[in-house]
Ligand binder design. Structure first.
Ligand SMILES: Nc1nc2c(c(=O)[nH]1)N[C@H]1C(S)=C(S)[C@@H](COP(=O)(O)O)O[C@H]1N2
Ligand SMILES: [Mo]
Length: 487
């Protein structure tokens, strides 16, 4: 089993890292996992969900290896059949990946051949008369094969990492012509429990389907703008650097965020105006969807309207908080469109943009029955008190965040134990595309309490308390927190 996986990983390192059968099976598993399981994995393992998946696969494969070995005590055929079947599964997984190239199939083929050959050879040694020299020879050969597999796997890993993305990233200097306005000191209530206004890059939430982070150098980056356009374009990273560079403070939200969830962060994004670029390409009438594709094959569909509207602030982002995009954030280039959830707007490792229609094409999550269009819903969250926190009775300051992206938060109200709504104080607004913090002074009697909040946006819409799940197009409901006041 180890030899098969390692041989495939090594050949994939040479021809195309994502063709590694182990990774291809993992990526296919991610694509096929039903929502509840995916949500459970994200909730339970957070950013370690991918490591857990790979580890789980390794355990299952090792178990299959043990079973195949036990079944092969009299005849080698069960083991050979198992190696061949798993090899075929690897080939199928690699062929089904959207990133497959002509050479990709060599990697799972290497797995199949190496797996069957190694098994047959070791089996013939094991089947030799059970005398001491034969036994020793078998054990030594098995150890040698295991070491060889380790070396091959490591080699594949090194080959896959030979693209020096870190150096490419370090060499880049981004100088926005127009920088984002300074964040005022009263834009957050961090001392009272809200997040800091700008999320440090290392603390920004992360959500994507990429089992391994794509490694793409800025020098090698190309993006084709095509489909329903008058002038097809192929852009390089230098082409983008030559365009007017802007910096904008924008909040990003994930549709998978449950009421009260953590998948929201804010950054100073540096990049070029996306609407200008599409105007140059000349969008043909009728093209209502911008279908974008990541180098790892993930796709995204964005309403063209949302990008072209005056003041949309849609951009191709090259940087975050003064530095080039971190690699897991989509280096070298990602998309950002305020007002839309990330899965319909924020393509990372962006390499292709096609103007098309919503009728003609369904992107990754639309194929899985999520909303095709998904504007961010007006929301608020309690950050203090924390769940089941014990706080002193009497005067207490509750605090949290609210967002009504691209519209603006007008008001946040808070109530305790179903009592009267009390208007919270809002932090200074930075712009309508970012979150806003709230705080409110409460007078609490000793005992258990529930605090709830609800936001009203500038269109006059007040958050509904009707509970909706994140799927298909964003959760609704008031966030509430149960806590205790003690003397
Ligand atoms: N290539 C790629 N881009 C992607 C995704 C993905 O799975 N693959 N996920 C999207 C989703 S669902 C969200 S919420 C945002 C999250 O961006 P972040 O990880 O930088 O916070 O990226 C979007 N861009
Ligand atoms: Mo998301």
């Amino acid at each position: 089993m180890a030899v098969a996986l390692a041989a495939g990983h090594l050949v994939a390192g040479l021809v195309s890292p994502l063709a590694s059968p182990f990774l291809a099976v993992g990526n296919t598993a991610i694509d096929l996992t039903p929502h509840p399981v995916k949500d459970f994995a994200i909730r339970t393992f957070g950013e370690n969900d991918k490591l857990v998946l790979l580890g789980g696969m390794a355990v299952v494969l090792a178990g299959l290896g043990v079973v195949a070995g036990l079944l092969s005590r009299r005849s080698p055929w069960p083991g050979i059949a198992a190696a061949a079947l798993l090899g075929l599964l690897g080939i199928a997984a690699v062929l089904a990946r959207p990133t497959t190239t002509a050479w990709s199939v060599l990697a799972p083929l290497a797995s199949l051949v190496a797996g069957v050959t190694a098994f047959r050879w070791l089996w013939s040694l094991a089947a030799a008369p059970a005398v001491a020299p034969g036994r020793r020879r078998f054990l030594l050969s098995t150890a040698a094969v295991a070491v060889g597999a380790g070396v091959a796997a490591l080699g594949g890993q090194l080959l896959a990492g030979r693209v020096d993305v870190e150096a490419s990233r370090r060499a880049i200097r981004l100088q926005p012509r127009e920088t984002a306005p300074e964040i005022p000191f009263d834009a957050d209530f961090a001392r009272e429990g809200t997040p800091e206004f700008i999320t440090p890059n290392s603390k920004f939430y992360r959500v994507d389907t990429a089992l391994t982070v794509p490694r793409l150098r800025a020098e090698d980056w190309r993006m084709r703008v095509h489909g329903m356009v008058d002038n097809e374009m192929v852009l390089t990273y230098d082409d983008l650097l030559r365009r007017p560079m802007v910096e904008k403070t924008i909040t990003l939200v994930c549709v998978s965020n449950e009421v009260g969830g953590p998948y929201i962060s804010t950054s100073n994004f540096i990049g070029v105006d996306l609407a200008d670029l599409l105007r140059e390409a000349g969008v043909r009438p009728g093209a209502d969807q911008l279908a974008t594709r990541s180098v790892d094959g993930w796709t995204c569909g964005t309403p063209v309207d949302s990008i072209m509207a005056p003041g949309s602030n849609a951009m191709l982002a090259l940087g975050m908080n003064g530095e080039p995009l971190p690699i897991e954030r989509g280096f070298p280039v990602r998309m950002v469109v305020p007002g839309l959830y990330g899965y319909v707007s924020a393509t990372k490792w962006l390499v292709d943009a096609e103007l098309t229609t919503f009728d003609a094409f369904d992107a990754y999550w639309a194929q899985r029955k999520w909303g095709k269009k998904a504007p961010v819903k007006t929301m608020s969250r309690v950050d203090r008190p924390k769940s089941f926190e014990r706080v002193p009775a009497g005067r207490f300051v509750a605090a949290g965040i609210a967002w009504a992206q691209h519209t603006g938060v007008d008001r946040v109200e808070v109530r305790v134990d179903g009592g009267p709504w009390q208007e919270a104080t809002l932090s200074r607004e930075v712009n309508v595309d970012t979150w806003r913090m709230w705080r409110v002074e409460l007078d609490l009697k000793e005992g258990n309490h529930t605090v709830e909040c609800r936001a009203t946006d500038r269109k006059g819409y007040t958050q509904t308390n009707d509970r909706a799940a994140p799927i298909p197009d964003g959760a609704t409901g008031w966030h509430s927190m149960v806590f205790t006041s003690v003397a």
